[in-house]
Write a protein that binds this ligand. Structure first.
Ligand code: ADP
Ligand code: GLC
Length: 485
């Protein structure tokens, strides 16, 4: 089966968050299920720089006003089709914003192009290539299912995956006339959303199936608290909405082989993490390695509960903990974190910016990772934490609740605990969770058991790849040969 995955980021070509990790890992995960997945991605400078070779498979003179070439290539282990359209994508900054942090004003056009090309590839734009399924990720690719639904054929099926319902890709209705959709597409059953246009809603409305990245989040987004205005739509299509848990790339994230670590180790040698802990302490200017070291590796946004963390830092230090934060995002949160650092020199360290290698070292050396998210569709850093023996301390929501088992007395007795889970959106609950973690850390035998159990838990793509394969088979009416159904 041929599937075209359309995504605005894909690791290792371009990454700002978990979407890239997932889009980057899915093709290899699905290959074992007999599925060939190519990834369609915009040709940002980072992507173009990593393309070696490649073949122009189509030229377009008018891709929403820009001239473009579609380049098929094998890059960093991925089969990609890159939209090389310098007028749209050859810009500094990250895929969505300019270097000074503002959304590009023509994002509607930059990502309409992504959805349009995906759909046209489904319609046979490139000779010899005919994917049966277009799998669109998040709002940036959300128009693809609409272009298919309102297009000339229904041979090609569509899946829309919600990685984050908070970003709707909302634009004014004035762009509609330029979207190349028929007039009746501007309506409830199409792209219209509260008088404007939402690319995410379009995908959710028009796709054959909607998926999201954990079973619990699939339930949560059908409620007003988490649905962010789209709960009605989702409730209406509950029978074609599924939550499939993300896995992680267990080769790129393997503590026994990770070149970013000062010292590699396995579940049997967790004590060796100490060397990495020392390396983290040095990088963050911490004054020692005795006592529990917490870390945060995160986008600095409201979603991630960073305000709760800020309210708890003093308490964490008073309890004898240290904290290393690697993050980037909201300048106000960055400023507040620097203040906390200034208040607690040697106990708190903050590095702002994006550093993939350092994020690995932190998972390999810190004792616990704090993830106080207010909502979390899946979350990957708790999965990396489990795999690296960096015990996850997470709020009880979304994919966090689906993947971490709280160390309560019953779970400890049953030998299943893998982390600490607390009530979301509550600084006091976070503080109590930190206190509990420090207490557990004090019992060295129990702590190592929790670490080892996490390291042995299944965070791979294996089970979820089968679920995607089954879903594709259901939608196309074709059998998935590699499974029993
Ligand atoms: P989200 O996609 O909502 O940001 P996830 O937990 O799914 O959250 O994925 C975040 C990914 O980005 C993980 O791979 C994490 O390690 C990485 N990450 C986040 N912030 C940074 C940073 N400042 N430096 C390096 N990696 C980061
Ligand atoms: C989003 C979500 C995160 C999820 C990631 C990958 O960015 O915020 O929870 O893990 O996508 O699916």
């Amino acid at each position: 089966m041929e599937v075209l995955s359309a995504a605005s980021e894909v690791y290792p070509l371009i990454k700002t968050g978990g979407l890239a990790d997932v889009a980057g890992a899915l093709p290899a995960a699905l290959a074992g299920q007999g599925i060939t997945m190519r990834t369609l991605v915009p040709g940002y400078p980072d992507v173009m720089a990593k393309l070696t070779g490649g073949r122009v498979v189509r030229e377009l003179d008018d891709l929403f006003g820009a001239s473009a070439r579609l380049i098929a290539a094998r890059a960093e282990g991925l089969d990609v089709i890159v939209i090389d359209a310098p007028e749209l994508y050859d810009r500094p900054g990250n895929p969505y914003v300019s270097p000074d942090g503002w959304d590009w004003p023509d994002n509607w056009k930059r990502f309409a192009a992504l959805g349009w090309v995906a759909a046209e590839l489904g319609h046979g734009l490139v000779e010899g290539y005919r994917p049966q399924i277009i799998h669109a990720h998040d709002w940036q690719a959300g128009l693809a299912p609409a272009y298919i639904k309102f297009g000339p054929t229904d041979h090609v099926k569509t899946v829309m995956t919600i990685h984050n319902i908070a970003f709707k890709g909302f634009f004014g209705s004035e762009i509609f006339s330029q979207l190349r959709l028929p007039p009746h597409a501007f309506g409830m059953a199409g792209v219209e959303y509260y008088g404007g246009i939402s690319y995410l809603k379009s995908g959710m409305e028009c796709a054959d199936y909607v998926t999201t990245v954990s079973p619990r989040y699939a339930e949560e987004i059908r409620t007003p608290e988490f649905g962010m205005g789209l709960e009605g739509l989702l409730e209406g299509r509950a029978d074609t909405l599924v939550g499939i848990l993300n896995g992680i790339d267990t080769i790129a994230w393997d503590p026994a082989r990770d070149p970013a670590l000062a010292q590699t180790y396995s579940a049997n040698t967790v004590h060796a993490r100490h060397i990495n802990k020392r390396a983290v302490a040095e990088r963050f200017g911490l004054d020692g390695v005795d006592g529990p070291l917490f870390c945060v590796v995160s986008r600095l946004t409201d979603q991630k509960g960073m305000d709760l963390l800020l309210q708890t830092v003093d308490g964490l230090v008073d309890l004898g903990g240290r904290l290393a934060v690697l993050g980037s995002g909201d300048p106000v949160i960055e400023g507040n974190l620097r203040e906390a650092w200034a208040r607690h020199p040697g106990k708190v360290g903050v590095i702002t910016g994006y550093d993939e290698q350092l994020s690995h070292l932190m998972q390999g050396g810190c004792d616990a990772i704090l993830i106080p998210s207010r909502f979390e569709p899946c979350g990957l850093t708790q999965l990396y934490g489990l795999r690296y023996g960096c015990v996850p301390v997470v709020s009880r929501i979304g994919g966090l609740a689906d993947t971490v088992i709280d160390a309560n007395p019953a779970a400890i007795a049953a030998e299943v605990a893998t982390g600490v889970v607390f009530d979301p959106g509550n600084a006091h609950a976070l503080y109590e969770a930190i206190r509990k973690t420090i207490h557990l850390y004090g019992d060295d035998r129990l702590w190592k058991k929790i670490q080892r159990r996490g390291m042995k838990s299944d965070v791979s793509w294996e089970a979820s790849a089968v679920r995607y394969a089954d879903l594709y088979a259901t939608i196309t009416g074709l059998e998935n040969d590699d499974t029993d159904n």
